[in-house]
Structure formats: C-alpha cells, structure tokens
Design a protein around this ligand. Structure first.
Ligand SMILES: *[C@@H]1O[C@H](CO)[C@@H](O)[C@H](O)[C@H]1NC(C)=O
Ligand SMILES: *[C@@H]1O[C@H](CO)[C@@H](O)[C@H](O)[C@H]1NC(C)=O
Ligand SMILES: *[C@@H]1O[C@H](CO)[C@@H](O)[C@H](O)[C@H]1NC(C)=O
Ligand SMILES: *[C@@H]1O[C@H](CO)[C@@H](O)[C@H](O)[C@H]1NC(C)=O
Ligand SMILES: *[C@@H]1O[C@H](CO)[C@@H](O)[C@H](O)[C@H]1NC(C)=O
Length: 320
C-alpha cells in the first residue's frame, strides 16, 4: 500500500536521478522518549521502498553549515530542550534561509524554547499535554499527502498536545485536529491555540526563514509518542506523506539544480552495488554520515543518461 502511494514520488525522484537525503536529529536535553530507536528504524525501513535516505544523529556538532547543506530536509524527532548551541542555531537558520526544509515530530515542539526562528519554522511551541489515551482525530483542511490515506475520523492512542500559540497565525494549514470531546484533559489552558485544535499542520513557506531568504516547506505532527505508533501502517502513511510533501518544495538540490542546499548524489544502487546503504545509522548515539561515495560528476552523467533513455522511450511509445 505504501509502495503504491509513493510510486509517483519515486518516479519524480528517478527522473532527477537523485535521492533526497534527510538528517534525523533526536538529541534530548529533557524527557527522553524510548520510542526514538523504533522511530528511526521505522523510517529507515520505509526508505527501502521509497527512494529516500536517512542519516540519524544526536551530535549537535553536525549542525554546521557544510554538513547541513548536504540535506534536503532536517527532521527533529522527539527532541527535547536546548539541543543546539548558538553556533548550531545559526547554522540551522542559515540552512533554512537557503531553501532547506524542516520536519518536526512529537516533542520537536518542546525544543529550543527561546529560539523564535525555530518556533516559527515549526509553527508553535508545546505547552502541555493531556495524558496518554485513545482519542479521535479528524482530518481537516485541504487534501494533503499526510492525511490522504487516513480515515476521516482516526482513532489513535497518543499524548494530546496543547500549544502556546496558534500555528495558523504564521500561515500554517492544520490537517489533523483531535476531537476534544473524545478524551479528557485535566490541565489548564493558558494560551490560545485556535480552533479546531491543531494536531498536525504544514507550512508551504516555512516561517523560520529570515527576510530575503528562500523558504522551503515545513511539516509538523504532534503524534508519535509510542513504539506501537511507529509500527502502525496508518501512522507511517501520515508521517511519510508529510515527509514526501515537504521534499517537494523544490527548493533543494534533489529537485532543483540551482538550489543552494540538498543532496546532489545519485541514489544507491538497488542491488549488489557498492554505494552507500541507506540506513547507516547508529541508533542511540552519534553518527557521522559517511562522505559521498560518488564523485561530483557521476550524478550528472547518470541523470543525463536517464533523461536520454526516458526520452527515447517516450518517443518510441508515441510512434507506436
Ligand atoms: C520501546 O522500544 C524500545 C526498543 O526500541 C525499548 O527499549 C522500550 O522498552 C520500548 N518501550 C516500551 C514501553 O515497550
Ligand atoms: C524494520 O524491518 C525489520 C526487518 O523487516 C523488522 O524486523 C522490524 O520490525 C522493522 N522495524 C520497524 C520499527 O518497523
Ligand atoms: C528562556 O527565556 C526565559 C525568559 O527569559 C528564561 O527564564 C529561560 O531560562 C530561558 N530558557 C532557556 C532554556 O534558555
Ligand atoms: C515541484 O515540482 C513538481 C514536479 O515538477 C511539481 O509537480 C510541483 O508542483 C512542484 N512544487 C512546487 C511547490 O512548486
Ligand atoms: C531553486 O533554487 C533557487 C536557489 O535557491 C531558488 O531561487 C528557486 O526559487 C528554486 N526553485 C523553486 C521552484 O523553488
């Protein structure tokens, strides 16, 4: 099912002969979710069927300009607290200004609480959550790849986040909204997060970019607390739909030859090849992504070759 859902994406990627590369960052300075390794494994597993590559790290030193520039998106996975120093924040801001894309999952919204650019890029900061319990989530807003495969009313067990502001104030479009009548929240609301209750949303142009920058896309989902969630095909369809949509900003190298950041490496050979295996991550600790195994000219040559083959095929089909 997932394979089918992302065939179109795969074709687009194939046409460019490049494999989008995403950096998963899961450092924690506060609460640590024990689902982080499961989440990374689930994303790595999915990358075997979708043409994406994930690297994962908890090393803030990798938030330098040169390293970030190799990625088509940065994904904050259940991060908590002050996970970047000033240099890391500055490099991240620069990445976003250069067309870089952002994806936040679950407690990514409880991260870098005083960094305004980060709050804007994600959409809102976390305030508190209602206890872990089952509730019904409504698909709202326009049709979107992150919700296209979901039931209109989706029952799921998770923590129900409340935010310190309304992401819609920054131009975000809410795509999931938890139905407040289906769970109990004993906390006290101190902020206006707007209605319907924001649970997942996207920004066509991430609001974290400084003026004059090129804005990529941003996607955030507050779901993803439990191991079992990351083994749930419905949830995976939601998060992968959000990731794929984010990459289609066309502001990074995988889809835009004049972009300033992103991957311009050719995809790994599907079988028997010597190129990088997607999934070279050290789950709990730090991991330095291996340097590109291809020289810079290889993807261009491969892309050209592919274009020639595709054009020939198209002409042949047209004649027939
Ligand atoms: C979630 O999975 C991790 C291993 O990936 C395990 O250490 C942890 O205990 C699991 N959590 C629960 C609540 O089962
Ligand atoms: C990842 O794939 C392996 C091999 O198929 C499987 O054993 C494992 O349970 C999968 N992990 C997740 C989180 O989906
Ligand atoms: C954030 O700012 C508030 C108010 O200035 C301050 O009390 C708090 O210590 C800051 N937190 C961090 C993690 O920098
Ligand atoms: C990105 O490019 C694809 C393929 O050309 C196109 O379908 C899509 O609309 C573009 N996205 C944006 C945001 O322009
Ligand atoms: C491609 O990248 C350039 C350089 O960042 C940018 O100006 C342009 O808007 C991008 N194209 C699209 C379709 O976003």
């Amino acid at each position: 099912m997932l394979t089918f859902a992302f065939t179109v994406f795969f074709l687009v990627v194939s046409a460019f002969a490049q494999s989008p590369r995403i950096l998963i960052y899961s450092a924690t300075r506060g609460f640590r979710h024990d689902s982080i390794p499961t989440a990374i494994e689930a994303l790595q597993n999915a990358s075997n069927t979708i043409n994406l590559r994930f690297d994962s790290t908890e090393d803030q030193a990798l938030f330098n300009e040169q390293n970030l520039a190799r990625y088509d998106a940065i994904l904050f996975l259940s991060t908590t607290g002050e996970v970047l120093d000033d240099a890391g924040k500055a490099s991240f801001q620069k990445y976003l200004n250069s067309g870089g894309n952002f994806i936040g999952v679950h407690s990514a919204s409880d991260t870098l609480v005083n960094a305004t650019f980060y709050e804007r890029e994600l959409g809102a900061h976390f305030d508190y959550h209602a206890d872990l319990q089952e509730a019904t989530v409504d698909v709202v807003g326009p049709s979107h790849p992150s919700t296209d495969k979901l039931p209109r009313r989706w029952q799921i067990r998770d923590e129900w986040y409340n935010f310190k502001s309304d992401p819609r104030d920054l131009g975000a479009v809410v795509v999931l909204s938890v139905d407040e009548s289906t769970y109990s929240d004993t906390g006290t609301r101190r902020f206006n997060q707007g209605t319907p209750h924001p649970t997942a949303w996207y920004q066509e142009h991430g609001a974290g970019t400084s003026s004059g920058g090129v804005s990529g896309r941003s996607f955030y989902t507050s779901l993803g607390h439990l191991n079992e969630t990351w083994r749930d095909e419905t949830f995976m369809g939601h998060v992968l739909g959000g990731i794929v949509w984010t990459l289609q900003a066309n502001t990074t190298k995988a889809f835009n030859t004049s972009a300033l950041v992103g991957s311009d490496e050719s995809p790994p050979t599907p079988t028997g090849g010597q190129s990088e295996v997607s999934g070279t991550s050290d789950i709990a600790g730090t991991h330095t992504p291996s340097p590109a195994s291809n020289d810079a000219t290889a993807p261009i040559a491969y892309g050209t070759l592919l274009t020639i083959i595709l054009s020939t095929l198209a002409v042949a089909l047209y004649i027939l």
